[in-house]
Design a protein around this ligand. Structure first.
Ligand SMILES: Cc1cc2nc3c(=O)[nH]c(=O)nc-3n(C[C@H](O)[C@H](O)[C@H](O)COP(=O)(O)OP(=O)(O)OC[C@H]3O[C@@H](n4cnc5c(N)ncnc54)[C@H](O)[C@@H]3O)c2cc1C
Length: 426
């Protein structure tokens, strides 16, 4: 159960790669005709563009109102895990993991992915759920096993494990730099001829009869028979204007970065990703000397998706809570000095699972509502969407469970979700 560090670009704790800055005037050169327009250049949008190009879908234009990785895909915690409480998401996460593991072959270049392993301890009352979930995950092909306190301490000597503790362990999971990953995919897409236009906001989806005919931007129209919305919660008004109601709420999620306590190993791969369901806290290394802390499912409702900095800014109370919850598993984090913090937007659906679908009007595709776990799955979701656009259905992973109509049908994606001190998270 050793660790492997897969090299990638170092980034300090205050921000990931990528700035998300618009390129003034870039829109003037946007090609006026495309085979597919993708709205949004987060991990989902650039992965969709890249996979469309790989599959030979013709002229692909990705329109981004700010810059590549301007929003959630830069601000994310970047955990790459396959532990889920439902099979549809686990399949997508496993397909996503394969991208991180085979980056050079699939995307080209180096991947900023640290395979630290993932520890997923749960509360005593959730042991049966954990056993069922591990069996379900093994059945879908996830490499995972149940481990007890001795193995937990063997993996992470600084961990506090009670004698009846039980965790799932995934040796292949870890984390990646979200901004750098998104920029890497964008670069690969551009090398395949995808036009990614930054500083270009899509203001309207154009429809004639029952078919999509393109999009409108402030400077010009781009004609296209297929439009993929990959712009998170910002998709809601665009879709509503063409009669598609997307049930997404915007919430803010906060992270703190602390100086890593001396009883944990230093290094980018210094400690495992720990997702402690019993206490609702998670951590991963950040750089060589820091660790990232978050609270699973602790979310702040936003009045608009852009307002996370003003409405969900991490405060002293959050930082103290994150440290004290994590300290129930790693006692030395209780006093770890906070060196930075940030927040970001997530787009949650009623069952906390993505919407990946083709809808009416004909030619409109949705890849939105990632519900706070779309980074790891992004490359695989892009592949599924590209296949859906080109072949009518996803061939990589079955995705009918992610259809939009499940909400009206009351056929939500449900799993053996763990109890915990905060909101539910799969
Ligand atoms: C703090 C935090 C921690 C997270 N931790 C994890 C994690 O550990 N693991 C994980 O897998 N996921 C995590 N997530 C979730 C993950 O980051 C997101 O699900 C994922 O990045 C979403 O990607 P996206 O491409 O759908 O959206 P985004 O990255 O938000 O991209 C959408 C893009 O669309 C653009 N846009 C919006 N409207 C328009 C328009 N009209 N025209 C043109 N462009 C437009 C925006 O500018 C934006 O760049 C976390 C998220 C946050 C905020």
């Amino acid at each position: 159960m050793g660790r492997q560090r897969v090299p990638g670009g170092p980034h300090g704790p205050r921000q990931g790669a990528g700035g998300g800055r618009p390129v003034p005037g870039a829109h003037a050169g946007v090609h006026p005709v495309a085979d597919v327009v993708v709205v949004g250049a987060g991990i989902v949008g650039v992965s969709t563009g890249f996979n469309l190009a790989r599959l030979g879908a013709g002229k692909i234009v990705v329109l981004e109102r700010e810059g590549v990785a301007a929003q959630a895909s830069r601000l994310s915690a970047g955990l790459v895990r396959t532990h889920y409480s439902n099979a549809p998401e686990a399949r997508l996460a496993l397909a996503g993991l394969k991208w991180f593991e085979n980056w050079a072959e699939l995307v080209g270049g180096e991947v900023p992915f640290w395979r630290t392993g993932l520890l997923n301890p749960v509360a005593r009352e959730d042991h049966d759920k954990l056993r069922r979930n591990v069996a379900m995950l093994q059945a879908v092909g996830v490499e995972t096993e149940l481990i007890g306190p001795e193995e937990m301490v063997e993996l992470e000597p600084a961990i506090h494990a009670k004698e009846d503790d039980l965790a799932a362990y995934e040796p292949r999971s870890g984390y990646a730099d979200p901004g750098a990953t998104t920029h890497a995919v964008a670069g690969a897409a551009r090398r395949l001829g995808v036009e990614i236009a930054e500083g270009v906001e899509v203001t309207r989806i154009l429809v004639e009869g029952d078919r999509v005919t393109g999009v409108e931007t402030p400077a010009r129209r781009v004609a296209a028979p297929a439009v993929v919305l990959a712009n998170g919660a910002w998709s809601v008004p665009l879709a509503r204007a063409v009669g598609v109601e997307i049930p997404i709420e915007s919430v803010g999620v906060r992270l703190a970065f602390v100086r890593r306590p001396p009883d944990l190993r230093p290094g980018w791969g210094g400690h495992a990703v720990v997702l402690d369901r019993a206490h609702g806290a998670y951590t991963r290394p950040e750089g060589a000397d820091h660790s990232l802390l978050g609270l699973s499912g602790a979310r702040v409702p936003l009045t608009a998706p852009d307002r996370y900095d003003s409405e969900a800014r991490p405060d002293a109370e959050f930082e103290q809570l994150a440290r004290s919850q994590l300290a129930l598993r790693f006692p030395s984090f209780a006093e770890a000095p906070v060196v930075a913090h940030r927040s970001g937007p997530i787009d949650i659906t009623p069952d906390l699972c993505a919407i990946i679908d083709r809808v009416q009007p004909e030619g409109l595709y949705l890849a939105v509502g990632m519900s706070g776990s779309g980074f790891k799955k992004g490359p695989a979701i892009g592949q599924c969407v590209a296949e859906m656009v080109l072949h009518g259905e996803s061939r990589t992973v079955p995705i009918p469970e992610f259809r939009l109509s499940r909400f009206a049908e009351n056929d939500l994606i449900r799993g053996d979700v763990y109890s915990g001190p905060f909101n539910l998270v799969h």
